[in-house]
Design a protein around this ligand. Sequence first.
Ligand code: SF4
Ligand code: SF4
Length: 442
Amino acid sequence: MEPNKQISNPDCSTAGVSLLNKFDMNEIMNCMQCGFCLPSCPTYRQTGKEVASPRGRIALMKGVAQEALQVNHEFENNMYLCLGCRACETACPAGVPYGSLVETAREVVETNKKEQSKSPFIRDIVFNKIFKHPKRIDTLGTALWAAQAAGLQTLADKTGLVNMLPRPMAEMQKAVEKVASPAERKKRQKIVKPADQPAKLRIGMFKGCIMDVMFYETNQATSRVLAKAGCEVIFVDDQACCGALHAHSGEKDGAVELAKRNIEVFEKADVDFIVNNAGGCGAALKEYHHWFHDDPEWKERAMAFVTKTRDANELLTELPQIEFKNSLDVRVTYQDSCHLAHGQGVRNQPRQLIRSVPGVEYVEMINADSCCGSAGIYNITNFDMSMRILDDKMENVKKTKAHLIVTSNPGCLLQMKQGIIRAGMQDEMEAIHIMDLLDRAL
Ligand code: SF4
Ligand code: SF4
């Protein structure tokens, strides 16, 4: 074994052997260090640094797994500068599962910090006290609605009070649209049936947590579109957050707990398909079986869940084409959700659906499948890098001269709304979720 080399910080520590064993050496060694992935990586393109590239990060993981490098701040920063967009997976000729490698690296970082009691208090609040409890997320939604209804956001904007917020939050709040009131949410029909035909399929709608608060109306639109396509859509009770935020932030135990809850409630619902409209959640839902590799019983149940899971774009293109009534007469472009395109391989379906809407002129954007910089909470935790990536993206958006930029993920939608504001294009362009676009044409 090579002697331990420290990357930088003298007070850093080495993770215990049990931690290092979490890395799958076969997956790491599959990387041939060819560098084909480098041009696809947004953080490499921005910095030109090897440690900010997939190949460089894998080399660091290998160093840690072989105990040649320590789990220190520099390792942590390099792992967290990654957007987790998985564009490198699409580019990689060797099929290296980079997404799961970086999840493991972050799990090693976080477990190591917990062992040293260095895990920040705020993480405990976010991951354990909020995101594991759907009712608390709902309460936060109600608080946001109340602030909006009382005009607090506008007042804060006008008086400059908003500038007291940390800059990432202050910028993002400008892009947040009106959220649904508690009364509106209470009125939700738990089952939405086709109006003009017997139901062909029974669908369990995966609502998402933030999705159902910030983009409640998009979930409603999705149920209407699916019903128009001949599905009975059920808003299954007691479902939880998908666990992606936990998994991508090194909180594997929390992710597994949420996955178990979702598997149980959808088993009881006895549906033909479990449908989501958020690329990030969908990728996590389709990977549940990987989260139970040492638990055969749950792995089998997870596999059954995964087999039924579909992104709404996927399912809609497997069903007979919807007959739309309204012509929209609009120029449209599409920004891929990384986790839908690179994680799930769903690329053509959204484009096919957009093109099927009467009156749409579709224009493809340069590098549409390159990350917009949203990446879960990356636009808060790595604000500067996120905005650099977003501003570059907006240059390509401008070239399309589109009136609508369509997305398939709530994070991307919010980021594109923010990008439109930053580019001063509010009068020329709107960002919209694909299900809202389809719903407008019903
Ligand atoms: S996931 Fe995205 S940001 Fe991270 S290394 Fe791969 S391409 Fe780069
Ligand atoms: S991750 Fe894939 S593309 Fe990138 S260097 Fe390794 S083998 Fe090559």
